[in-house]
Design a binder for this molecule. Structure first.
Ligand code: ADP
Ligand code: ADP
Ligand code: ZN
Length: 218
């Protein structure tokens, strides 16, 4: 059976992390989030994490060579044998080409690129109200999806925090970086015939139903 090599595309705040936790539970594939991996490297004070921090704080992209290295290493792990869900990678054309090359070298390829699309004003509302679990990284929102108990993760009881880069000024820059460097990937995957566009301005449940339809496997 062909693998299940999925990519989640879309601007910051579109709901990729929210939907990723549902997809990986249902389809039993690993969730590979470059943002989560970079934040973990920073927390562990690795040289790479410290280098990445200045880009992340400014809302700029970490250099391609760094993130491509992280993802290639991660894809070597055995839990990706049946497939994976990439979230937040690729974010540039060179990253997409590097991914295509490494998958092609093991006779695999992207099965679906799922683009979740949301308008800019809504993205700003989502990002500035976002809170993340320190332990399991699941996102909540103070207004749109508040946890049952304030400041506490519903899933694992972990502490919720606000990311430094979710301030309004950094958010605006991240959205500009998205339109310049990442949005062209929508056309890239469309040309490959693997793109699905999903309207992200619906409830998380409705978005998930459309994602499942697009994935097209039970
Ligand atoms: P991304 O990973 O694409 O940056 P997240 O999944 O972290 O996005 O979602 C950004 C914020 O928007 C979070 O606070 C999340 O709780 C909230 N959110 C996610 N999906 C929806 C939705 N369909 N409607 C309203 N808010 C949402
Ligand atoms: P969001 O989806 O909310 O924008 P992420 O957690 O995916 O946030 O990414 C946070 C930051 O990590 C980005 O602003 C960027 O600095 C860095 N980053 C994550 N993934 C990549 C990537 N594939 N290429 C370059 N930088 C990345
Ligand atoms: Zn948690």
């Amino acid at each position: 059976m062909a693998q299940f090599d999925l990519i989640l595309l879309g601007p910051p705040g579109a709901g990729k992390g929210t939907q990723a936790s549902r997809i990986v539970e249902d389809y039993s594939i690993p969730h590979i989030s470059t943002g989560d991996m970079l934040r973990a490297a920073l927390k562990n004070q690795t040289a790479m994490g410290l280098e990445a921090k200045r880009y992340m704080d400014a809302g700029e992209l970490v250099p391609d060579s760094v993130v491509i290295g992280i993802v290639k290493d991660r894809l070597q792990e055995s839990d990706t044998a049946a497939g994976f869900l990439l979230d937040g990678f690729p974010r540039t054309i060179p990253q997409a080409e590097a991914l295509d090359d490494s998958l092609a070298s093991i006779e695999r390829g992207v099965s679906k690129a799922l683009a979740i699309l949301v308008d800019e004003d809504e993205l700003v509302r989502r990002l500035t109200g976002r809170r993340i679990c320190r332990d399991c990284q699941v996102p909540f929102h103070m207004v749109f999806s508040p946890p049952a108990e304030e400041g506490v993760c519903d899933k694992c009881g972990g502490e919720l925090y606000q990311r430094d880069d979710d301030s309004e000024s950094t958010v605006r820059n991240r959205l500009a970086v998205y339109s310049q460097q990442t949005e062209p990937l929508i056309a890239y995957y469309d040309r490959q015939g693997v793109l699905a566009r999903i309207d992200g301005e619906q409830s998380p449940e409705q978005v998930y139903a459309h994602l499942k339809e697009a994935i097209g496997r039970p």
